[in-house]
Design a protein around this ligand. Sequence first.
Ligand SMILES: Cc1cc2nc3c(=O)[nH]c(=O)nc-3n(C[C@H](O)[C@H](O)[C@H](O)COP(=O)(O)OP(=O)(O)OC[C@H]3O[C@@H](n4cnc5c(N)ncnc54)[C@H](O)[C@@H]3O)c2cc1C
Length: 420
Amino acid sequence: MTMSEPTEVSVRAEVRAWLEANWSPDRGLVEWRNMLIDSGWGVPSWPKEWFGRELPVALEMVVEEEMKRIDAVGVAKTGIRRLAAATLLVHGSDMQREKFLRRSLTGEDTWCQLFSEPGSGSDLAGATTRAEFRGNRWVINGQKVWTTSAHHADWGLLLARTDSNVPKHAGLSYFVLDIHQPGVEVRPLRQMNGYASFNQVFFTDAEVPPEMLVGEVGRGWAVATTTLMHERRGADGIRSWGMASDRPGRVYDEERAEIATVMEPYKWYPQRAGRVDLVLERARATGRGSDPVVRQEIAKLLTMSKAAEWTALRARAAQMQGRPQGPEGSLGKLVSSHVARAAARVHTLISGADAMLSGEDGPMGGLIAEILVSVPAGSIAGGTDEIQRNIISERVLGMPKEPRTDNDRPFRDVPKNLVV
Ligand SMILES: Cc1cc2nc3c(=O)[nH]c(=O)nc-3n(C[C@H](O)[C@H](O)[C@H](O)COP(=O)(O)OP(=O)(O)OC[C@H]3O[C@@H](n4cnc5c(N)ncnc54)[C@H](O)[C@@H]3O)c2cc1C
């Protein structure tokens, strides 16, 4: 007997029945998330042996709709743990998946991404943090920067150089590093919007056991590419980050506490996306909606924002048809940073010079000012706009590659402004 293929109707009925039987706002957050994970409804597009149901992405959206309908809390998917889980699902060993996937989905383990360095951000493959195999473990020395959430993290996704005698992409390896060890020093940095989401992270003989190498030695670039693809693809999803339900119940209380602590570094992410959702409300409240120039700019913004939403849906549809992660992710990320910047301009048009007032006295208690100083981050994080344009021109439009002089010689011979 063959099982019938799941359809929108069958999935909706099945998840609705399961939620009716199991959802209760009075459960603990971790208990509820474990139930979701065991049922396969927490990550329904994942493989069956790893907590999923192998549903196509389109049907995953049906599950999300059903959960949203009753305001049921989902598994922990935001922040770097989403990237950690997605990367380990593809490249991790069974031991790593066993150890990390469930605890990342319940939110018990938190993560940071140890990629960028003072001398390598866009040129990530130029990383100089070293991992040397000594005795029976990897020993890490060097520095990372821009590390979101390192001050809350249990584990880090580390890209480090294991060989300087081969071209730069071939000499990198990818590790899971325990942040809570003596050789790791995390120092926070403050941003212009007042938050301190980022850190510098220094390694002095930090240790990684051999079983925490992800993939093979020297193949770290391929693993990092998976992480970056997910990061870029997720860029349109950041709008809802950090928003807690205000409903009563233990599970909501614990989710609110999670957002207030672990998710604190992401509190400003909705502002970073431009808060297009506030534009009409602000235009009405200030009476600026009757100005034809302002109306025109609002219309342009909303048109662009809708088109961006549809681009994201197109990317999802491509994924649904089984096409590999590809250029749509880069397109979506570039579009979302355009939308964010356009939204900041429109907020300024609506609020005038008041837009610059931060603190309680400013428009919306300083929220508009926060939008203005948060929006530039979207054009930098997870690959700058210029890098996204390079990717689109080379991979989508088939234009000639940027001339490079550093890809075909040993990394140690590549000129750099650091001593390696
Ligand atoms: C909100 C936020 C969160 C972040 N979180 C993390 C994190 O958790 N972990 C982490 O590892 N990193 C993180 N980053 C760092 C981020 O990935 C880097 O800032 C980004 O990759 C750019 O690198 P860079 O800052 O070194 O700039 P650079 O690479 O030095 O770039 C400087 C300028 O030169 C341009 N440029 C560089 N190369 C080219 C080129 N080939 N063609 C055209 N123009 C070019 C860039 O577009 C940019 O305008 C975060 C950044 C932000 C803003």
